[in-house]
Write a protein that binds this ligand. Structure first.
Ligand SMILES: Nc1nc2c(ncn2[C@@H]2O[C@H](COP(=O)(O)OP(=O)(O)O)[C@@H](O)[C@H]2O)c(=O)[nH]1
Ligand SMILES: [Mg+2]
Length: 202
C-alpha cells in the first residue's frame, strides 16, 4: 500500500527486511546508507537493545526516480528477529509494499530461517497479504562465513513457494549482493504499481 502525498508529489513505498535475529538485516541497511549520497537519503533511525539487536526498526528513505511527475521514495525497515518481538514485527509489516527475506546461510541457523519465514507468512496473512502475490526477494547472507549451506539446499528450504522468486547471495557487511537485492525488489514494486512499460523508462 503506497502512500501518496499529492501536494508534495511524492509516492512512498515501504520495503521490509525480514528474517531471523542476526541474519544481517541491519547490516544491509547500514551498507545502503553508507553508499548513498547525502542528497538521496534520510536519517537512519536505529533503536537497539542492550545486546545491540534491532528493537524496533531502521528507517531509510531512499529517493529514487521520478514517475509521471512524482518522486518515488523507498522507505526501508527491518524487524527485530527474536521470537518475543512478534507484535513489533507485525506492526512494521503494516502497509508493506515489498519484502526482502534475509536468511542466515550458516548450517546452524537453518531452523531459525524456516521458522522466521513461517512467521512472516502468518503475519502477512493477518493483513490479508501473501508472499506469492507481492514483490518479494530472498537474500542468502553471510556467504563469507563457514560452514554455510549450499545454495541449492537453501533454495529448497526457503524458496519453493507458489512461485520461485529472485534470490541473491550476499555478504552484507562488505556490500556484496546488497544493491542487487534492493534494486530487484524496488523494480518489482515499480512494475507492480506502474506496469512493465514504466520500467523501460526508469
Ligand atoms: N561475517 C559476516 N558478518 C555479518 C554479515 N552480515 C551481518 N554480519 C554481522 O552479524 C551480526 C548481526 O548482523 P545484524 O545486521 O545486526 O543482524 P540483524 O539482527 O538481522 O539485523 C553483526 O555483528 C554483523 O556485523 C555477513 O554477511 N558476514
Ligand atoms: Mg537488526
Amino acid at each position: 500500500m503506497s502512500i501518496i502525498n499529492y501536494a508534495a508529489k511524492v509516492i512512498n513505498f515501504k520495503v521490509v527486511y525480514y528474517g531471523p535475529g542476526l541474519a544481517g538485516k541491519t547490516a544491509n541497511l547500514q551498507y545502503i546508507h553508507r553508499c548513498l549520497p547525502e542528497t538521496s537519503k534520510g536519517k537512519m533511525v536505529s533503536l537497539a537493545t542492550g545486546d545491540d539487536r534491532t528493537l524496533f526498526f531502521d528507517f531509510l528513505p531512499v529517493s529514487a526516480l521520478g514517475v509521471r511527475g512524482f518522486t518515488t521514495r523507498f522507505q526501508l525497515y527491518t524487524v527485530p528477529g527474536q521470537t518475543h518481538y512478534n507484535m513489533t514485527r507485525k506492526l512494521v509489516l503494516r502497509g508493506v509494499d515489498g519484502v526482502v527475506f534475509v536468511a542466515d546461510s550458516q548450517w546452524a541457523r537453518l531452523r531459525e530461517n524456516v521458522e522466521s519465514l513461517r512467521n512472516l507468512d502468518e503475519n502477512l496473512k493477518e493483513y490479508g497479504l501473501a508472499l506469492a502475490a507481492m514483490p518479494y526477494v530472498v537474500q542468502y547472507n553471510k556467504r563469507d562465513l563457514g560452514p554455510v549451506a549450499p545454495l541449492d539446499y537453501l533454495e529448497y528450504l526457503l524458496n519453493r513457494g507458489a512461485r520461485r522468486v529472485p534470490s541473491f547471495e550476499a555478504v552484507a557487511v562488505d556490500g556484496t549482493g546488497v544493491f542487487d537485492t534492493l534494486n530487484t525488489v524496488s523494480r518489482m514494486i515499480l512494475v507492480k504499481e506502474f506496469g512493465q512499460a514504466q520500467e523501460a523508462h526508469s
